[in-house]
Design a protein around this ligand. Sequence first.
Ligand SMILES: [Zn+2]
Length: 347
Amino acid sequence: MIRCPRCFDALRPVPLEQGAVYSCTHCSGVFAPAEECTDLLGPLVDVDTWRGTDWATFGRQSRLKSPKTGQLMEHVEISWEGKTVELDLCPQTGGMWFDAGEMKTVSEITRSLAQEQDGDFTDVQTKFGARSYLLQLFMNLPIELCNPVRKKPIVTHMLIALCCVAFLWQLSVDNIEASTRTFALVPEAAQGKQIWGLVTYMFMHGGWAHIFGNMFMLYVFGDNIEDVLGRKTFLMFYLACGVAGAILQVAFQTGTLMVVGASGAIAGVMGAYLVLFPKVKVRMVFFFIPLFLKVRYYLIFWIALNFFGLMGDDGSVALLCHIGGFLCGLALALPYRNYDIQNQLQA
Ligand SMILES: [Zn+2]
């Protein structure tokens, strides 16, 4: 049995996908073995890469004893941009003790560090080659600099696969227009006709550029939202945003065109991203110039364009659908703003 170094209560094992961490129900502290630190908090939380950096200080002895070995632990102070956290490291095993709230601070610090110091976390940095430059130049799409996830984003990948399969189906049928209409969001949905279109429209697309742009955005932003919400909740969240966009669209649209595309649901993912990761840096290519900016400027610009578009709306882009999805995602993500993995481990 391993005991809390602060209150000496028995620690409760919390199983992860691989291994387990040990949580104290009394003081909310968590002991995480070395590998579990990375599994739980992401690839940036790796003590070995912290050594020798100017923002991590090792070596002062802690008063606390390692739950694993019973030996005194070592303080590790990490400090960056006014945030400081002092962790306790078990020098023999590499395990770490986190007091309540410390996991949150650690992941905030490492995430912001990764964006500032390009060299330190080279293995998790996205490599920007000529190909991604050309892609961004023509598609006008953002790429995240660094926002690694803890778990494989299975639902995000599944949704992308589903859209691709549905698109191949669209390409394979004889009358693409009529067949697509069966699953599209049609204006008559406002009168209760073809209600399933409120859900199925988000798996249909109107062409190669349409599906590519949408899937790219889902790939870039979806994984992080799935990581915070968890798989099942993320799936429900995604569908809810798509439906919210669809409802706003059919309620107020003036056009008679059918609407297809994952944009409404993905707008929801972008809304959630604005709430949860406003400071993550992205790279854009704008008039041949690579720009690095905080994602919140991109997202606010994007939604503002949709609002302005409403004034001269020709009905070719489902702007209301984007706006409905975005606002839904934004609202649903608000309760997760103070998300702390450590709280979740107590439940
Ligand atoms: Zn305790």
